[in-house]
Design a protein around this ligand. Sequence first.
Ligand SMILES: Cc1cc2nc3c(=O)[nH]c(=O)nc-3n(C[C@H](O)[C@H](O)[C@H](O)COP(=O)(O)O)c2cc1C
Length: 199
Amino acid sequence: MPASAPDAAFRAALGRFPTGVTVVSTVHDDVDHAITASAFTSVSLVPPRVLVCVDTRTRFHDPIMATRSWGVSILAEEGREAASWLATRGRPIEHQLDAVAHHRGPATGAALLDAALGWLECRTWRTYDGGDHTIVVGTVVAAAIAVGRDDPLLYYRSHYGSLIRQPVSEHGPDPLPVDPAPAAPELPVLEPGSGSGGG
Ligand SMILES: Cc1cc2nc3c(=O)[nH]c(=O)nc-3n(C[C@H](O)[C@H](O)[C@H](O)COP(=O)(O)O)c2cc1C
């Protein structure tokens, strides 16, 4: 594959890997920076770590590298409009979250979107040069879920989508609680030192 331009087959193959959708955010110099990101994954359970790959050409790149402190909102279907907005190149940075319902993470102050199934707050542990993206690995310092919410926003072949559940999975009946309680964006703060490491 040529190094100068993304290979069409490579992109097409990647597009056939369905993902969830997150918004990753940080506060730099009192300004909220955020991007829609699907290149997100868990890395380690103990200590709790996740990673996100951030395009070096985004305006988000330098702020997240500077603050080393960030939030992840794992979007619900309702977050689709926000996902589109926060993926729009050239949108104004200041006030970009004014029309996006959010709350503040207690550990980092990062903006966490209300239209989410769960939230993580992270402190950068290591970063790696991945090419045109930087791999940012963070230690999770706080985590919470929206109780009763169960409708992830998905992304596949450049389209947003919804999860269609099989009636019975291979692991047996759906174990997810059907709890009508409203979303509770209260984040219990994890003790950074409670695992075998931290950053
Ligand atoms: C569904 C979706 C997933 C995306 N995932 C990523 C990602 O994982 N990492 C990334 O750097 N950009 C990702 N992007 C693109 C960024 O959201 C977009 O480039 C960024 O918002 C541009 O911000 P800027 O105009 O401030 O530079 C994704 C876009 C979409 C629509």
